[in-house]
Design a protein around this ligand. Structure first.
Ligand code: SAM
Length: 269
């Protein structure tokens, strides 16, 4: 996969050299190219921002440098265009499902902004020649989009074939499409079996794979009820088996007309 990032702070993307993403780059699975937006600003101060039309506080990123930068990265009429990702708190939420979708793309271009964002015409014009997704990584406001790029690239990169040591591990993750789509993963344990008088749940030492899978599923349901009841409300009858129903009922969640809702006491901590 090729990834281009246009930014006024290329150095902010240094973590892309580290750990899983860094290794994916070293292995040639990920081709990351960073571009300095100011290289496309030709006045003496290499200005990329100006005051907002309509007044108000803050500055807005100018259209000319952004358009020139995007044209340089993906020249119009030069083969299949990339998918453009514009981080913004006013975008659609970034989810595991979107990460899976983006991991299937051959080429992503990121346009992280600073100040109050990019002149709208840049996004509208780019949308006439490539798919554009405005994406938010959460309901809070960062100073710039570079952190959002790091978040999205890491979530996407670990889904690329050959990046994770054990591809199976992504299958059981919280939010993983399929059985875990609306569930959080439960707790995990490693050796020693007893640590500071705390024992690992005995089922995990039993060697009984069916019982272990059931326990893990129950823990996922329990943790989701505790921390993200909004996810349980999205479960459909097809997502659950009869054991899940029994666990949900014990947690105070029952199905009515195809939707699960909580009618019991809150889950004990
Ligand atoms: N005035 C803008 C608003 O309220 O929507 C916020 C601009 S913010 C200070 C500057 C830049 O940081 C944004 O243009 C975007 O690139 C990035 N950013 C901030 N919060 C973000 C979030 N939750 N998700 C993705 N990008 C974000």
């Amino acid at each position: 996969m090729r990834i281009d990032v246009v930014t006024i702070f290329p150095e902010y993307l240094a973590p892309l050299d580290v750990s899983l993403v860094g290794k994916a780059r070293a292995k040639g699975l990920l081709d990351v190219r960073l571009h300095q937006l100011r290289d496309q600003a030709h006045d003496v101060h290499r200005t990329v921002d100006d005051t907002p039309y309509g007044g108000g506080p803050g500055m807005v990123m100018k259209p000319e440098p952004w358009a020139a930068a995007l044209d340089a990265v993906a020249p119009p009429d030069a083969g299949p265009p990339p998918r453009l990702i514009v981080p913004t708190p006013s975008g659609r939420p970034f989810t595991q499902q979107l990460a899976v979708e983006l991991a299937a793309e051959p080429w992503l271009v990121f346009a992280p902004a600073r100040y109050e964002g990019i002149d709208r015409r840049v996004i509208d014009e780019a949308g006439t020649r490539m798919r554009v997704d405005e994406v938010s990584i959460g309901d809070y406001v960062l100073a710039g989009g570079e952190v959002a790029v790091l978040v999205i690239v890491e979530a996407v990169a670990r889904l690329l074939p050959g990046v994770l040591g054990n591809a199976e591990s992504a299958r059981d993750d919280s939010f993983a499409p399929g059985a875990m789509a609306n569930l959080l993963e439960g707790p995990v344990y490693t050796k020693p079996a007893v640590w500071r008088d705390r024992e690992v749940p005995s089922v995990l030492l039993s060697g009984n794979h069916g019982a272990i899978a059931r326990w893990r599923r129950d823990q996922a349901l329990r943790r989701t009820a505790q921390n993200r009841p909004d996810l349980l409300e999205r479960l459909t009858p097809e997502d659950v088996d009869k054991h899940d129903r029994a666990t949900l009922a014990a947690l105070g969640w029952t199905e009515r007309d195809g939707r699960f809702s909580s009618d019991g006491p809150p889950v004990a901590h």
